[in-house]
Design a protein around this ligand. Structure first.
Ligand SMILES: [Ca+2]
Ligand SMILES: [Ca+2]
Ligand SMILES: [Ca+2]
Length: 177
């Protein structure tokens, strides 16, 4: 038990990124996120948008792992995350995952694409569906800027239409393993 158990946006996101629940986000865990999204969207692993996403995720990991030991602890993550880190490295990385999911490259995702993206990224399918329905106010499509702005708002304030995607408002799943 190495990470404090409390309910905050930072902890929700950390828990999602620490896929095996051992208290640290490893480099392999973090980069696997790109492959999971690419595979969920039927993208070739060598497609330029996938390569760009991998590079963006490498940059985020380097930025997060302040002591350079290849593992990002919750302390490191919590110290790092926020407005500046979001603009410097989260925005390009999250935008690159959006681009992988945006098959027709028109800067918008439909409901199915959004749910596949967020599920591959680690959210529960029902939570992702709920988030899309809040985010999409008119035409059944979600644009890139709205998507990134809503994640930033969740990360920095905890209150955002994207909160539903992370299951905020519901208890965290038990991780006693
Ligand atoms: Ca881990
Ligand atoms: Ca570290
Ligand atoms: Ca599209």
């Amino acid at each position: 038990m190495s990470s404090p158990r409390f309910d905050s946006p930072q902890h929700r996101i950390f828990t999602m990124l620490d896929v095996d629940g051992d208290g640290a986000i490893t480099h392999a865990e973090y980069l696997a996120r790109v492959d999971r999204v690419a595979s969920a969207m039927g993208r070739d692993a060598h497609h330029p948008v996938v390569a760009a996403s991998r590079a963006a995720h490498e940059a985020v990991f380097k930025d997060m792992d302040s002591d350079r030991d290849g593992r990002v602890t919750f302390e490191e993550y919590r110290t790092w995350v926020g407005h500046d880190a979001f603009e410097r490295s989260c925005r390009p990385a999250l935008g690159s995952l959006f681009d992988i999911a945006d098959i027709d490259a028109d800067g918008r995702l439909n409901r199915d694409e959004f749910v596949r993206l967020r599920t591959a990224a680690g959210n529960a399918g029902t939570d992702a569906t709920a988030a899309f329905d809040v985010l999409d106010t008119d035409d059944g499509l979600l644009d890139r800027d709205t998507y990134l702005a809503s994640i930033k708002k969740f990360v920095t304030t905890g209150s955002s239409p994207m909160a539903a995607a992370y299951g905020a408002g519901q208890p965290l799943p038990s991780t006693h393993s």
